[in-house]
Design a protein. Structure first.
Length: 730
């Protein structure tokens, strides 16, 4: 595609000069975003990119200034044509070229993302590894933050079209207990909150479950306590600008212990969200590595699992607090990717488009490249084609949030911090159920406040052996009221690590084991220096207890799959649906009140991973069909599902239309049959916005069924027109 075609494409999605002129008047010369609200990114999807060279495009270095300005303008034209609507500032050019880019971006109605964090750090006066110099509870904290913020605000007020601001420490988390705030101000606040002195020695506090939990919660809470103070100052100074916080890709989502954070302290939902407007998930899963532990990290399959698992948590956070969700997507560029670049990765030209579409399908409403444009021409071509297709439908798409699922997964924060065991590899089991059923949301344990479970019909508990007693009681009430639980583990301990038997009756078993293969160590697959970032502990990953091949029928569904890590139990009031390995029945059902539970007698995570590692597609498919059968037998149906588990499908839906995504995650077969719940017959028509053609579908009871083709390099986006005032319903 030549430059003329790119410019024509740019005009196609309302980036004409008349629109640009109208938007250019939003901010008067010298005015601050506080005096005039920052512009929405045109009518498009907010997509930010750094000012960086594009493949086979004129450069602006080592040439006269007039030629450099022309090259920069043509580069911005191509970025616009490729779907990008915003630029990250600073540009790292000369002052003259900076001004030229700002002027041209303003003329083309491009917004500005000001990333103060990347080079200068956060303004909140604390980081990861050391205790803060000034406690967030000190009277000196706010003046120090004001001093940090003053130059940021001053520069922000000079930026025309400023849309959002990164001002917090990038990927914040407490990296080791040495980063804890033990200042006098913090100790006074701890005593005020808990009624006793802050434990002086964290290692000693581990012997007291209550003191340990109080200490961990308090230290984790220091971060949002500081951010809230910063946020108020920023919004006072720049009320029209969106404040952005980048969430770490793993340490605050269950992978802190024995990894970057060393100790499990933080998680994103516990922190809350009243200190930013946009929460951006960072890029690691999965273009380079995804911080899985042990063998799953060295052999990272299923490849997309950690990304889905992290987005589940991000979506829960932003949906609960009504915030915008974003995504840093990795690009094939040596600025960031140098240590991992290879012919294989270069050949995966679909990677950027695949991750972008996955992010948007999972609910993201803001994308930012991380870092710079792809330097490979084919990568840029596939990415820009995909993003341009998104921009054609951006206004309608942004009005449609990701549909809430009928099923949820519990994140057990208390287990994570009390036992100091990772809760990250479980994404392998999460992915298994997601593929089997079609959708799966998240509830943090702190959200389990009553038996309603926020309206979800089915609860998934994988590898959970500790729950607060109040949460356990509410789950039992949920089942008694008609809910369904599918689990592979019976929680055995309460929030203070005391034995708990409250859930034994619900599952109809006793003396249930919770063991699984212990994985540790984080592998970094750098081509230059492959190494263990954190070495595995002796013996980890070696205790592969393999059960027999399970065969039989469950509720009319034939099954045949081998299991790993059988978990013995004594069946009391439950019903064995599938015989297992010695004293570990493979599946136990228990009717409880109006609801029921299904307990698998083996570790789902270990069993699923082995099926991917060994290439046992038939066994995995059998297990996936069984999981789907259990949910359907309980009367729980998904809003959308794919017959081809390698092709992800997802729905974003509003009042009069919905958007269907079909994304190929390396499926050899590009075809899939998609089922969509339409109990009220709301769907009038389906239009493939990617291919720009109408699609046919048929009705099958309360569902519509359509066949889609999803090429690896071309994620599919389809528009469902609905009857006025009607929504998709189960």
């Amino acid at each position: 595609m030549d430059r003329r075609e790119f410019v024509q494409l740019a005009a196609a999605f309302a980036l004409c000069s008349s629109c640009a002129a109208a938007n250019a008047d939003t901010l008067l010369p010298g005015a601050s975003p506080g005096e005039a609200a920052a512009p929405r990114p045109g009518a498009g999807f907010p997509l930010t990119i750094q000012v960086s060279p594009l493949p086979n495009w004129p450069a602006w270095t080592g040439v006269p200034e007039t030629q450099a300005i022309a090259a920069l303008r043509s580069t911005l034209d191509q970025m616009l044509a490729g779907g990008f609507t915003g630029l990250e500032y600073p540009f790292h050019l000369t002052p003259q070229l900076d001004r030229a880019v700002l002027d041209y971006a303003r003329a083309r109605a491009m917004y500005i993302t000001y990333n103060h964090t990347f080079e200068k750090g956060g303004v909140e006066n604390f980081g990861r590894t050391e205790p803060p110099l000034i406690s967030v509870y000190s009277a000196d904290y706010l003046p120090a933050v004001k001093n940090n913020l003053a130059p940021v605000v001053a520069e922000a007020r000079q930026l025309p079209g400023l849309y959002n601001l990164f001002c917090y420490h990038d990927e914040p988390f407490h990296a080791r207990v040495e980063s804890f705030d033990k200042s006098d101000a913090a100790q006074q606040e701890f005593h005020k909150r808990y009624g006793y002195p802050m434990p002086a020695d964290p290692a000693a506090a581990r012997n007291s479950p209550k003191q340990w939990l109080d200490l961990i919660n308090f230290q984790s809470d220091t971060f949002p306590a500081g951010w809230r103070q910063v946020y108020r100052l920023v919004k006072q100074a720049l009320p029209g600008v969106k404040v952005v916080l980048t969430h770490d890709s793993h340490s605050a989502m269950g992978a802190g212990v024995d990894s970057n954070a060393t100790v499990a302290v933080d998680d994103i939902f516990h922190w809350g969200a009243d200190f930013a407007d946009i929460f951006v998930f960072d890029i690691y899963p999965y273009m380079m590595f995804d911080y899985r532990y042990g063998e799953p990290g060295r052999y990272p399959v299923p490849r997309i699992s950690q990304m889905h698992y992290a987005f589940m948590q991000m979506r829960n956070l932003t949906r609960t607090y009504d915030k915008q969700m974003g995504f840093w997507f990795g690009t094939y560029n040596r600025r960031w990717f140098r240590k991992f670049m290879s012919p294989q990765l270069q050949a995966e030209s679909w990677a950027e488009a695949e991750t972008c579409y996955t992010a948007v399908a999972q609910g993201a409403d803001f994308l930012i490249s991380g870092y710079e444009a792809p330097e490979d021409a084919q990568h840029w071509k596939v990415l820009s084609q995909g993003l341009e297709a998104l921009q054609r439908v951006a206004p309608q798409l942004l009005d449609c949030p990701k549909m809430k699922a009928s099923v949820c997964f519990i994140f057990p924060r208390t287990q994570y911090v009390q036992l100091q065991e990772e809760y990250w590899n479980v994404a392998i089991a999460y992915e298994l159920f997601l593929r089997a059923f079609g959708e799966l949301d998240c509830l943090h344990e702190e959200q389990v406040k009553d038996a309603d479970l926020d309206g979800y019909k089915l609860l998934v508990l994988f590898d959970i052996k500790l729950l607060p007693s109040a949460v356990a009681r509410r789950i039992a009430q949920f089942v008694a009221a008609g809910g369904t639980v599918i689990a592979d583990c019976v929680p055995q301990f309460d929030e203070l690590r005391r034995p708990m038997t409250a859930m034994n009756e619900m599952f109809g078993v006793q003396n249930a084991q919770t063991d699984h293969i212990r994985q540790s160590g984080v592998w970094i697959p750098s081509l230059i220096n492959p190494h263990w970032m954190t070495p595995p502990a002796p013996g980890c990953g070696e205790q592969k207890t393999r059960g027999e091949l399970l065969t039989g029928q469950v509720l009319g569904e034939p099954v045949a799959f081998p299991v790993l890590s059988p978990r013995a139990c004594q069946v009391t009031t439950g019903e064995v649906l599938l015989e297992g390995y010695q004293d570990a029945p493979a599946l136990v059902r228990k009717q409880s009140g109006k609801g029921q539970t299904f307990l698998f007698g083996f570790c789902m995570q270990d069993t699923a991973f082995e099926s991917w590692r060994s290439g046992d597609t038939a066994g995995r498919n059998s297990l996936e069909r069984l999981l789907a059968k259990l949910a359907l037998s309980a009367g729980v149906r998904p809003h959308v599902s794919s017959s081809n588990p390698e092709i992800e499908v997802a729905l974003r839906a509003g009042a009069d239309r919905a958007w269907l995504f079909a994304i190929n995650h390396e499926a050899e077969d590009e075809n899939t049959q998609i089922r969509i719940a339409d109990g009220r017959r709301a769907v009038l028509s389906i239009y493939n916005a990617t291919e720009q053609r109408d699609m046919t579908f048929r009705r099958d009871g309360p569902e519509i069924v359509l066949t889609a083709v999803a090429p690896r390099e071309r994620p599919q986006l389809m528009r469902l027109e609905l009857r006025r005032g009607m929504r998709l319903e189960l």
